[in-house]
Write a protein that binds this ligand. Structure first.
Ligand SMILES: Cc1cc2nc3c(=O)[nH]c(=O)nc-3n(C[C@H](O)[C@H](O)[C@H](O)COP(=O)(O)OP(=O)(O)OC[C@H]3O[C@@H](n4cnc5c(N)ncnc54)[C@H](O)[C@@H]3O)c2cc1C
Length: 391
């Protein structure tokens, strides 16, 4: 299964077509619920594909994942041994790498792409074998990945604590998630999308016919609705089936980035650290805490301990700030992307868990192609909504 990323030429051609189109109707073709990472990316891709798009975002922020996110493009270091979703993750990374420059040109927003690679430290003998297998498997799939010895790690990252080796993924990296969302939104607006501030309460439907969305302020008629409300997606009323998306809290800490230490992204046991600006971001807890997006003393203490095991100087340092957000989590760790078979016109783009920044652009692209009528049966099969609650 491969996922195509649109070329720069295709992008420019479609953008010109869209910008010269006359919008005749006041009824939007597509209503996207949620202007976070996924919703904003979908709105941009749909507008680029020629749809009239309305992007609905609620007025008061409460724990959105994109605001809390570290923004890593950890396509390979986070791939499990089953490698489910690896193709999508690699396509997601490629999409963002190719679109960073385009977004800068069209919106003036620099999404802060870091193409510095990601190092995953290995600390137990058992993990050494697993990671070596993982590296070998990824190389067989034509991905760049290396096993680094203890000395390799110590030579290149002398400021890290001793370990048994490392998984080096030179293609992985990061973006600034807040800037990415701002850029997707701005580009969507440039292409004709309308951003409306209101809370979606539920679907507006007449039996098996989708009419649009019921908002807090008013109704929004739409033939096509994309549910991209993150951890809150399943809370929309009148969905045709329960949505298997639950909030999973992630707490984060920031310390000053140590002077003279080069930028890096490093995974340790139960934590990662990366440079953004002058800060060292440390993340993240993985907690089922309902819709409570507050930080907790035990959560932050655990993070501080884990990060100090990677970078011992942190032990004596005080964090500059802390925050938390709610990831949209599915039971199998894969997103839900596709049209609801029971209600034509209803699309889901949610449940991206800990990889929604990485997967935002490619998800938008897939949704736009699907809404436009392209058959994506094979590409979307692992992510189809009916894999849960199929009775
Ligand atoms: C601490 C932390 C660290 C992370 N680190 C990474 C990382 O390094 N790399 C990575 O790829 N991913 C990371 N993630 C995950 C990533 O942030 C999420 O997967 C991604 O943000 C999900 O995007 P989303 O648009 O589905 O949800 P969100 O980003 O939560 O956005 C949903 C949007 O919908 C809006 N909304 C909700 N309900 C309604 C409604 N009823 N009406 C209107 N609007 C509504 C919300 O206000 C919000 O703006 C991290 C997440 C957390 C919490």
């Amino acid at each position: 299964m491969t996922h195509c990323v649109p070329s720069q030429e295709e992008y420019v051609r479609t953008a010109i077509e869209v910008s010269t189109r006359t919008v005749m109707s006041s009824i939007p073709d597509v209503l996207v619920v949620g202007a976070g990472a996924i919703g904003a990316a979908c709105a941009r891709a749909l507008a680029l594909a020629g749809a009239r798009v309305t992007l609905l975002e609620r007025p008061s922020p409460t724990g959105e994942a994109w605001r809390a996110s570290a923004g890593m493009l950890a396509a390979q270091v986070e791939a499990g041994m089953d490698n489910l979703g690896l193709d999508l993750a690699v396509a997601g990374r490629a999409f963002l790498r190719r679109n960073a420059e385009l977004l800068l040109q069209t919106t003036g927003i620099d999404v802060g792409l870091m193409e510095c690679g990601i190092l995953r430290l290995v600390r137990t003998e058992a993990e050494v074998e697993t990671i070596k297998e993982q590296v070998a498997w990824q190389r067989q799939q034509a991905h760049r990945a290396d096993w680094l010895s203890v000395d390799d790690v110590a030579d290149s990252w002398p400021w890290l604590s001793r370990c048994l080796g490392g998984f080096w993924s030179p293609e992985d990296g990061a973006v600034d998630p807040e800037r990415l969302v701002a850029a997707f939104r701005a580009d969507a607006v440039r292409l004709g999308a309308r951003v409306v501030t209101d809370t979606a309460l539920g679907l507006d439907r007449n039996g098996n016919r989708l009419l649009g969305v019921v908002g807090d302020a008013r109704r929004y008629p739409a033939a096509t609705v994309v549910v991209a409300a993150g951890a809150w997606s399943g809370r929309l009323a009148d969905l045709p089936r329960p949505l298997s998306v639950e909030p999973v809290r992630g707490q984060m800490l920031a310390f000053p980035w140590p002077a003279a230490t080069p930028a890096a992204i490093v995974y340790g046991e139960g934590c990662y650290l990366l440079r953004r600006g002058e800060e060292m971001l440390v993340g993240a807890t993985v907690e089922h805490a309902g819709f409570d997006a507050r930080v907790t003393a035990p959560g932050l203490a655990q993070l501080h301990r884990s990060a100090s095991a990677v970078y011992p100087e942190l032990t004596a340092m005080q964090p500059l700030r802390s925050w938390a957000g709610l990831r949209p989590w599915t039971p199998d760790g894969l997103p839900i992307i596709g049209e609801e078979p029971r209600l034509p016109g209803l699309w889901y783009a949610t449940g991206h868990g800990r990889r929604g920044i990485l997967l935002a652009g490619i998800t938008g692209d897939l949704v736009a192609r699907g809404v436009r009528g392209e058959s994506l049966r094979e590409e979307l099969s692992p992510f189809r909504p009916e894999r849960f609650w199929n009775w």
